[in-house]
Design a protein. Structure first.
Length: 195
């Protein structure tokens, strides 16, 4: 399984920190090109591979850490999304419910990536907490995972566990997944699961 993070800002950099800590190789891309990510990669280690957007989109699993409306530009950068898993780590700051036409934001994102399987996760914590070692107080920080596709949800829950978090599956994005959407009761919640 190959991974990429699109976005090298607050969330992208926090996720890169976790991939590096866990020894999992990941490509990372933004709008400005790989040179702009070189210093971060040097600091974090060889697991972090700066890439062009074109190159990063070749990964099996593409993690979206871009402003919500930028997901369409990422989607248009590849002609065929079939077989890929796209992880929605975005939140809908500044996006009205009308703009989402009453749909779950991840369902809106899914319609921009035909053929891909969407998983919502890695969005629930503030970036600074997302970057911290998930091992805390003898337990592990909880990370919620939601998808309409059970196999994709399981594969990303496994990755989330490998990154050091304690994954908790929420099921479909318009049901359990709504709990980690904007305004949901689980967003910004920092739970530690023992054992
Ligand atoms: N900040 C938080 O605490 C937090 C927590 C949870 C979730 N979120 C969500 O995570 C997402 C990212 O937030 P952030 O705070 O990390 O934002 P940010 O610091 O502004 O970083 C956004 C990144 O996206 C890249 N980007 C924008 N459009 C792109 C495109 N078309 N193609 C490739 N890369 C593109 C930017 O590239 P350049 O660097 O080249 O400009 C930048 O690296 C948002 O949806 C936000 O709602 C944020």
């Amino acid at each position: 399984m190959t991974y990429s993070i699109i976005g090298s800002g607050n969330v992208g950099a926090s996720l890169a920190t976790q991939f590096a800590r866990s020894g999992i190789t990941v490509k990372i891309a933004n709008t400005r090109g790989p040179e702009s990510i070189a210093a971060m990669a040097e600091e974090l280690g060889s697991e972090i591979v700066p890439a062009t957007l074109h190159d990063a989109l070749k990964a099996d699993v593409v993690i979206l850490a871009v402003p919500f409306r930028a997901h369409t530009a990422v989607a248009h950068a590849l002609t065929n999304w079939s077989g890929k898993v796209v992880v929605d780590a975005m939140n809908t700051y500044g996006v009205s419910p009308e703009e989402l036409e009453g749909r779950a934001s991840t369902d809106v994102v899914a319609s921009a990536f035909p053929g891909a399987k969407l998983v919502k996760t890695l969005n629930q914590l503030p970036a600074k907490l997302l970057a911290k070692d998930p091992a805390e107080s003898g337990g592990r920080r909880v990370m919620f995972v939601s998808s309409n596709d059970q196999a994709a949800e399981a594969s990303i829950a496994k990755l989330v566990g490998e990154l050091g978090f304690s994954p908790v599956s929420l099921g479909r994005v318009n049901e359990g997944g709504a709990l980690i959407g904007m305004g949901g009761p689980l967003i910004l919640q920092n739970f530690i699961k023992q054992g």
